[in-house]
Design a protein around this ligand. Structure first.
Ligand SMILES: NC(=O)c1ccc[n+]([C@@H]2O[C@H](COP(=O)([O-])OP(=O)(O)OC[C@H]3O[C@@H](n4cnc5c(N)ncnc54)[C@H](OP(=O)(O)O)[C@@H]3O)[C@@H](O)[C@H]2O)c1
Ligand SMILES: [Zn+2]
Ligand SMILES: [Zn+2]
Length: 352
């Protein structure tokens, strides 16, 4: 065991603050990574404030962070994928059983014995896992990703959650050239959704509640932008979408978007608001529309997404902050004031 610096929350109303945690020494299959950047996902905020208490209650102290890029400092004797000095990345999962049908198909995100990167029972320590708001992490090589060397690192970190979470359902629902795609909510996930839908060749329409984000949406690759509070603007798109990605973090009217789908169109929820959403049965059944959800993506698809980003030079648009500004960043997330992901420069942890 060794000590690592980190930021943790000790309760659902307490701010994050500096702390020391223990990490395991790397086993023969492990990679130890010096964390350079970690993105701030809205899930970190939901978890820190125990907003998902019904599904995954928060265990305190909680060290969040699952958008991790860094450099390998040690590789165990059996590690073949990495050596000291390599760039490496870790997303939302750090382990699974590797034997179930889901794992065998590279769909580890559905493994019944999955270990998430933070706030999850840790098989090694018997405590809970601690995430990326820290100066280092130790992870089995199977759950460590390769980062294309051409990508700018601060902007590559958010690919590990916001990137794969938006890429995976777009691939699953066959988004290609000629299809019309909507993205609801221009935050961390939403802005990656726009970049991927555009790169996949779809006609992209952004739905936002923030008039000031209109120009940015077009710059990010949207073909059209709709202010979702304007019923006339919404009505113009009725019955026209093949696919809509809903990346909203708070309560909102899902039926307004279901009505925009064409026959057999799909709306996928990736946003995970605290409270249940209500759905009109008629909206779905009239045109055989479907509503589904999607969690992150498997390890092979995460690597595919990173390689796709390398080929298309896609990274998140980030505001790089020192870790000392993390609590302020959380408040800004709640005001939808994010352009479009906060990425923590972990060098700032050295002064703590
Ligand atoms: N499925 C998964 O595996 C997965 C993975 C990561 C995150 N998530 C979840 O996805 C959600 C989004 O995460 P994020 O990191 O992208 O959050 P974020 O950066 O805070 O973006 C959320 C966006 O939602 C819109 N929004 C916020 N409040 C709203 C309201 N009351 N009504 C309508 N729109 C509102 C805003 O966009 P506009 O200003 O454009 O309206 C905001 O920028 C969170 O719930 C998060 O937990 C799920
Ligand atoms: Zn996330
Ligand atoms: Zn499994």
């Amino acid at each position: 065991m060794y000590n690592a610096k980190a930021y943790s929350a000790v309760g659902k109303t307490s701010p994050l603050s500096s702390t020391t945690i223990t990490r395991r020494d790397p086993t023969e299959h492990d990679v130890q990574i010096e964390i350079l950047y970690c993105g701030i996902c809205h899930s970190d905020l939901h978890q820190v404030r125990n907003e998902w208490s019904g599904v995954m209650p928060t265990v305190y102290p909680c060290v969040p962070g699952h958008e991790i890029v860094g450099r390998v400092t040690k590789a165990g004797a059996a590690v073949t994928k990495f050596k000291a000095g390599d760039l490496a990345a870790v997303g939302c999962m750090v382990d699974s059983d590797r034997t179930c049908p889901e794992c065998q198909q590279g769909l580890e995100q559905f493994c019944p014995n999955l270990t998430l990167t933070y706030n999850f029972p840790d098989k090694h320590s018997n405590g809970v896992t601690y995430g990326g708001y820290s100066d280092s992490i130790v992870v089995d090589q199977r759950f460590v990703l390769r980062v294309p060397a051409t990508l700018q690192l601060a902007g590559a970190a958010p690919l590990l959650c916001a990137g794969i979470t938006t890429y995976s359902p777009m691939r699953h629902w066959g988004l290609t050239k000629g299809k019309k795609a909507g993205v609801v909510g221009l935050g961390g996930l939403g802005h990656m959704g726009v970049k991927f839908a555009h790169a996949l060749g779809a006609h992209v329409v952004v739905f936002t509640t923030s008039p000031k984000k209109k120009e940015d949406a077009l710059q990010l690759g949207a073909d059209e932008v709709v202010l979702s509070k304007n019923a006339d603007e919404m009505q113009k798109h009725a019955g026209s979408f093949d696919f809509i990605l809903d990346a909203v973090s708070a309560d909102h009217d899902l039926n307004a978007y279901i009505d925009l789908l064409r026959r057999d169109g799909n709306i996928t929820l990736v946003g995970a608001p605290e409270k249940p959403l209500s759905v009109s049965a008629f909206g779905l059944l009239m045109r055989r529309r479907s509503l589904s959800g999607s969690p992150i993506g498997g390890i092979p698809e995460t690597q595919e997404m990173l390689d796709f980003c390398g080929q298309h030079n896609i990274t998140a648009d980030v505001e790089v902050i020192p870790i000392q500004k993390v609590n302020e960043a959380y408040e800004r997330l709640l005001r939808s004031d994010v352009k479009y992901r906060f990425s923590i420069d972990m060098a700032s942890l050295k002064s703590e």
